[in-house]
Design a protein around this ligand. Structure first.
Ligand code: MG
Length: 203
C-alpha cells in the first residue's frame, strides 16, 4: 500500500493493522459500489479508504457533523485544543479534515457530507459496496448508524465496525453491541477481526 502522505501527520485513532484491513476491504469491494464512512474526524481512515478508491476508480462518501464525538468535547478524555474553535466555542474537525484531503490529493475521490447520520441518510438511495461505522460511541449514536445505513449495503458488500471491545473494561460497548446486532440479524457473516476492527459480509 502506497499512501499519498505521511499518515503519522494525520490525527486519528486507527491502528496500523486495522488500517491495512480497512484498505484491503475497500479494494476488494470496489466492483460492488461506493464506500460510505461514518465518523471521519480528521481524515486518517479516510486517507486509507480514499487511496483505495482512487486506485479502483471508486468514491468515498464521508459523513461527519465534524463537531466531535462525546469523548472529544471540552473537558473529556480525547479533547484536542487544536481542534477547538474559540469563536464558536465548539469542536470543529472539518478544517483539519479538508486539509488532510487536500494534502493527500483526494478531493476528487472523497465527497464530504457534513451532517449527522440521521440527516445524511434521510433521503439516501445509493447502494453501497462498503460501509465503515466509526461514529459516536453512545448507544443511540451507534444504533442510528447501524439502522440508517446497513440496509444500503449490497449483497456481498462489507460492513466494517471500529472500536469493538468485547470486554467492557477495555472500552465502550455500543460498537460491540451493534456488531452483535449484525451477527444476530442473520444478514451478515464475520470475515475478519483485526484488533478492534470487525469486517462482516452482507449475505
Ligand atoms: Mg474509531
Amino acid at each position: 500500500m502506497q499512501l499519498p502522505i505521511d499518515i503519522t501527520t494525520v490525527k486519528g485513532f486507527l491502528a496500523d493493522d486495522e488500517a491495512a484491513a480497512l484498505y484491503q476491504a475497500a479494494i476488494d469491494t470496489a466492483p460492488l459500489g461506493p464506500i460510505l464512512e461514518i465518523g471521519s474526524y480528521c481524515g486518517k481512515s479516510t486517507v486509507y479508504l480514499g487511496t483505495a478508491a482512487k486506485l479502483t476508480g471508486n468514491t468515498v462518501f464521508a459523513v461527519d457533523h465534524h463537531r466531535g464525538s462525546e469523548e472529544h468535547q471540552l473537558g473529556e478524555d480525547y479533547f484536542d485544543a487544536e481542534l477547538f474553535d474559540q469563536q464558536t466555542q465548539l469542536v470543529d474537525t472539518f478544517v483539519e479534515f479538508r486539509n488532510t484531503l487536500s494534502r493527500a490529493d483526494l478531493n476528487d475521490v472523497v465527497v464530504p457530507i457534513v451532517a449527522s447520520t440521521l440527516s445524511a441518510s434521510k433521503h439516501w438511495g445509493t447502494p453501497l459496496g462498503m460501509l465503515f461505522i466509526d461514529g459516536g460511541h453512545s448507544y443511540q449514536a451507534a444504533l442510528n448508524d447501524y439502522q440508517c445505513w446497513t440496509p444500503f449495503i449490497k449483497k456481498g458488500g462489507l460492513l466494517a465496525i471500529h472500536d469493538i471491545f468485547p470486554d467492557p473494561a477495555d472500552g465502550g460497548r455500543p460498537p460491540f453491541e451493534i456488531y452483535e446486532l449484525a451477527m444476530a440479524s442473520g444478514q451478515f457473516e464475520l470475515v475478519s477481526m483485526t484488533s478492534t476492527l470487525g469486517i462482516l459480509k452482507r449475505l
